[in-house]
Design a protein around this ligand. Structure first.
Ligand SMILES: [Zn+2]
Length: 228
């Protein structure tokens, strides 16, 4: 790309070609939609969430995939193969926004089948490969027999910045293990009797991390960090 090209573009004389837009989008982590002045609102074509540049899913090569949020599509992988699983994850969030659980469920059941991912599910699906990986991971985690921790029954996509707790070390330093930008699999588990804390599990192909924390992620303690 030449200086003249940029200045012509800035002056509105030309619109950059598609390939240039793709390059700029990847370089600056900004969607093509934003580069073009946001001509239309973007919605995740799997869960329906409105998208802004900070929550758009990424392809394998780090470029943005403007069709999906980063919970539904991470590093080139679709994280939901089953519509009911997605609904189970979304309903509690919607309940916080004033929907009753029944309303939220009915709304999602009506809305999701109209989104591109579910319309093209047969073609986009990985034939359950990702689901199989999740099952393996769940078995591995439960096989660790962490004392007091209820068994893991499902893992959901979690974005690093939401679960990247800072753990205190014995020497007073604090350490983080996750990358804010990466999407992981994880879950939160409440002990059967209220202990004032819950267990958090975060994992991916490379590692399993188990911790405990109080309300809102306070007082986090690392229970286990294991390379796979
Ligand atoms: Zn989504």
């Amino acid at each position: 790309m030449t200086r003249q090209a940029v200045s012509r573009w800035e002056n509105g004389e030309t619109i950059p070609a598609t390939e240039t837009l793709k390059l700029l989008s990847k370089l600056f982590n900004v969607s093509i939609n934003t580069l073009l002045g946001s001509p239309h609102p973007l919605y995740c074509q799997c869960c329906g969430m409105p998208l802004d540049d900070s929550i758009i899913g990424k392809n394998d090569d780090g470029s943005l995939n403007e069709e999906y949020c980063k919970w539904c599509y991470a590093d080139g992988t679709y994280t939901y193969d089953n519509m009911d699983d997605l609904i189970d994850v979304c309903v509690p969030h919607m309940a916080k926004e004033g929907f009753s659980e029944e309303e939220a469920r009915a709304y999602m059941k009506e809305k999701l089948p109209h989104l591109n991912y579910w319309k093209r599910h047969d073609e986009l699906s990985d034939q359950g490969k990702f689901d199989a990986f999740k099952k393996t991971l769940i078995e591995e985690i439960n096989g660790l027999h962490i004392e007091g921790m209820p068994p893991v029954t499902k893992l959901s996509a979690l974005v690093g910045s939401y679960v990247n707790l800072e753990y205190p070390l014995s020497n007073g330093a604090k350490v983080k293990f996750l990358n804010d930008e990466t999407t992981y699999l994880g879950t939160q588990l409440e002990p059967e009797t209220d202990m004032g804390f819950c267990y958090g599990v975060v994992a991916n192909v490379d590692f399993i991390l188990i911790c405990t924390y109080g309300k809102g992620g306070s007082d986090p303690k690392l229970v286990m960090y294991k390379k796979r």
